[in-house]
Design a binder for this molecule. Structure first.
Ligand SMILES: Nc1nc2c(ncn2[C@@H]2O[C@H](COP(=O)(O)OP(=O)(O)OP(=O)(O)O)[C@@H](O)[C@H]2O)c(=O)[nH]1
Ligand SMILES: [Mg+2]
Length: 305
């Protein structure tokens, strides 16, 4: 490759919910660009995480990793919009990764996703994730099972959580990108507006800190973003719930839940933005927010999917 020639391209990451797509993107990018939780359907729209890789000869390859909502058979409007978003960018991507959680057996849902991907793309990279949870013997069994099913372009064994196998994956992706000028400057790690990223961080804290009683249909909106004279930032967010009974769940006894969530979100935001944050959270009951088309378009989802 010519010294000055750079590479740049798109990599789509698809898989069933909870397989570790967002964790992998964050590990490859090196910062949290996409929220993660132990609950399924955490990611709601496509998020681009950007990784700029430097080769030994100092030329660069920019890998634009597209995190997608997990794919499942969707029935409700929001779920359908999420699944449709996951498929939407596949045709245009330069490489596609199918990611599978090795601690789970290969069920119908994962088989269907693989089948659909192979209908659109001839070459598919298989990433077997969460290898930290499996014995070598069981892992070898899984690998041969996948190889019997499809002819994958390449197979990587990784733990997105602890990073093992991730260097080999990113090197391969960097080499595989087409010759193209960099699409973002070297320091960019995400194209998500900060106000949306901030809403996502609060949603992550809600998902992680409310257990069985979590109202999945909540939505967070950043309504105010003011920079003070001392450079600290005032952020005001509203958490919308579509049932009034969900409001006390989020608030908790004497407001304990919301206070804890606010502190955790503020700490993450301060780390991300490198400045002092004043975060104010409000909870509002808004019946049918899931039927409000403006809530979909603001995060790039198709209301009529
Ligand atoms: N032990 C282990 N856990 C992992 C690994 N990768 C991800 N996880 C965990 O798996 C859970 C789901 O991870 P996510 O990255 O949110 O999964 P996702 O595929 O983006 O999920 P959706 O957005 O809901 O489709 C989280 O609790 C992660 O911490 C891994 O390599 N090892
Ligand atoms: Mg996700």
């Amino acid at each position: 490759m010519n010294k000055l020639e750079s590479k740049s391209g798109f990599v789509n990451i698809l898989g069933v919910p909870n397989s570790g797509k967002s964790t992998l993107i964050n590990k490859l990018v090196g910062k949290k660009v996409s929220i993660v939780s132990h609950k399924v359907q955490t990611t709601r729209f496509c998020i681009r995480g950007i990784c700029t890789y430097s080769f030994k000869d100092l030329s660069k390859s920019q890998i634009i990793l597209i995190d997608t909502p997990g794919i499942f058979s969707a029935k409700r409007r929001l779920d359908k919009a999420m699944v449709s978003a996951a498929w939407s960018e596949l045709k245009h991507s330069d490489k596609v990764i199918f990611i599978h959680d090795v601690s789970k057996s290969i069920k119908n849902n994962s088989l269907n996703v693989m089948k659909e991907i192979f209908k659109i793309k001839k070459k598919v990279i298989l990433v077997l994730n969460k290898i930290d949870l499996l014995t070598k013997h069981k892992l070898l069994k899984q690998i041969s099972h996948f190889k019997e099913l499809y002819d994958f372009e390449k197979v990587f064994l990784v733990s997105a959580k602890n990073g093992s196998g991730c260097d080999q994956l990113i090197e391969f992706l960097a080499m595989s990108m087409p010759s193209h000028p960099l699409m973002y400057d070297d320091n960019t790690i995400s194209d998500l507006p900060l106000s949306i990223l901030a809403s996502e961080i609060t949603r992550e804290k809600l998902f992680k800190n409310l257990n069985k009683e979590l109202p999945y249909n909540l939505m967070v909106e950043t309504e105010k973003w003011d920079i003070r004279s001392d450079k600290s930032i005032n952020i005001q967010q509203t958490i919308f719930v579509n049932k009034s009974s969900h409001k006390p769940i989020i608030l908790g006894k004497a407001g304990q839940n919301i206070k804890r969530i606010c502190i955790l979100a503020r700490k993450d935001l301060e780390k991300l933005l490198n400045c002092k944050i004043h975060l104010f959270l409000f909870v509002k009951f808004k019946k049918n927010w899931m039927e409000d088309s403006s809530k979909y378009s603001s995060i790039g989802l198709n209301y009529n999917a």
